[in-house]
Design a protein around this ligand. Structure first.
Ligand code: PLP
Length: 464
């Protein structure tokens, strides 16, 4: 068969897929028994599957398709670059116009103190780069004992060795005997899941002080960096209380420790600013980026590096022995430039802040009135619904965590919309081009999905 042939019936395609294709983060035995969903086309915020059904892409692919699907500005830029220079590397004193132009562009978009970018092909690679960069930085600063990187439980920084280690997903750590040495995890600022005994603001400060305590126990002279997502994405759209980031900043400012803001999801307009760090006024030393950088049209990532760290490493007078064959890949850089051009031209960042963001947030938060929803939260265009069995006791969770979420996710797909399940919360992160009508469809479909899920849970005895 050819890559885009859709002349085979769904069943035949599923069988070939089951026979030969190992999917990421999947129980392949049960997936192969059930058969994968097959997406054949996409346009704007709409996916089309192999049965010809249209489905609203409430997750922007995997949090990445900022400008929507099927944008010919990007595919044409890619084709032009393919014909001109499909590949050359950036090692050995070499560069090329797309990498030059993209670097200038990113330096302009990033906060003032960040003017340098190191390229890779994914968010995971970006965090592998971060891992080596921060340790090498402190070596060059004459502080080789500063090696520990502090991350957070339930943080997500990718799936490679360093990404998995810096992240705080226990199910991932369990496979491959991770984290690697020199990574320490603190609790996350997850008020609904772990903080309901306190006010949100008290809990935010409480969670931040865990960083202070960890640094003071490990010793400031041993700690290289703290890494965190401005809002945790894969962990379940954990929006920290407003008191959290200011307290983290205070703690880090009083100590000589680098701050790494993992912008792989929050970057490129998701929170109504070019970077989530700007939304929270974070001022990081390093910002890993990927996903929205190209809207997923081609794989590309990078680390945005502050002047302080760039100068510290660059002035050391020897090589940073690190890089990838595809660092700054010309075609991916061309895709990124075309993507950033659309985001700028269409004012998508401001649109999230003042138009579609507030519009969707207001409607999304009303879902909290549903009997199944314990909390409905959203910042920018990142939202979550916490499903609960009993609204009178919000601390009570469903048994067999994840099962109800998966039921709800499958019903949502049947109803024509992709929502993701994390534990028993439902997640959305739609393309930034979502129209008001599409936002209405999104919320109506979420509501219908909650109703259907409620009926199903009642019938199956989940609600007592
Ligand atoms: C997705 C993600 C990554 C990993 O990116 P990949 O491109 O999948 O390697 C890293 N950090 C965050 C915050 C992410 O959401």
């Amino acid at each position: 068969m050819t890559a885009h042939s859709n002349i085979y019936p769904t069943k035949a395609l599923q069988e070939i897929d089951a026979a030969h294709h190992w999917h990421p983060f999947s129980d392949m035995k049960s997936l192969n028994a059930e058969g994968s969903r097959i997406i054949t086309r996409a346009d704007g915020v709409w996916l089309t599957d192999s049965e010809g059904r249209r489905i609203l892409d409430g997750m922007a692919g995997l949090w990445c398709v900022q400008v929507g699907h099927g944008r010919t500005e990007i595919t044409e830029a890619v084709q032009r670059q393919m014909n001109e220079l499909a590949y050359y590397n950036t090692f050995f004193k070499t560069t090329h116009p797309p990498a030059i132009a993209l670097s200038e562009k990113l330096a302009k978009l990033a906060p003032d103190h960040i003017n340098t970018v190191f390229y890779c092909s994914s968010g995971s690679e970006a965090n592998d780069t971060v891992f080596r960069m921060v340790r090498t930085y402190w070596d060059k600063m004459g502080k080789p004992d500063k090696k520990v990187i502090i991350g957070r439980w339930n943080g997500y920084h990718g799936s490679t060795l360093a990404g998995t280690s810096l992240g705080g997903m226990k199910a991932m750590h369990a496979q491959g005997d991770l984290p690697v040495e020199g990574v320490h995890h603190i609790d996350q600022p997850y008020w609904f899941g772990e903080g309901q005994d306190m006010s949100r603001d008290d809990f935010g400060v409480h969670a931040a002080r865990k960083l202070e305590r960890a640094i003071d126990q490990l010793g400031e002279d041993k700690v290289a960096a703290f890494i965190a997502e401005p809002i945790q994405g894969a962990g379940g759209v954990i929006i920290p209380p407003e008191s959290y980031w200011p307290e983290v900043r205070r703690i880090l400012r009083e100590r000589d420790i680098l701050l790494v803001a993992d912008e792989v999801i929050c970057g490129f307009g998701r929170l109504g600013e070019w970077f989530g760090s700007t939304h929270f006024e974070i001022e990081p030393d390093l910002m890993p980026i990927a996903k929205g950088l190209t809207s997923g049209y081609l794989p590309m990532g990078g680390v945005l590096v502050s002047d302080r760290v760039a100068e510290g490493l660059m002035n050391a007078g020897d090589d940073f022995n690190h890089g990838y064959t595809y660092s700054g890949h010309p075609v991916c850089a061309a895709a990124a430039l075309a993507n950033l051009d659309i985001i700028e031209r269409e004012g998508l960042v401001g649109r999230v802040k003042t138009d579609i963001g507030p519009y969707l947030q207001e409607r999304w938060r009303r879902l909290e009135e549903h009997p199944l929803v314990g909390e409905a939260r959203m910042t920018g265009l990142m939202g979550a619904l916490e499903l609960v069995p009993d609204k009178k006791d919000l601390k009570k969770a469903f048994p067999d965590v994840g099962t109800v979420g998966t039921i709800c996710r499958d019903i949502s797909f049947q109803n024509g919309m992709v929502m993701r399940a994390v534990r028993d919360s439902m997640i959305i992160s739609p393309p930034l081009v979502l129209t008001h009508e599409e936002a209405d469809f999104l919320v109506e479909t979420a509501e219908k999905t909650l109703d259907d899920t409620y009926q199903r849970l009642k019938k199956d005895g989940w609600l007592g």
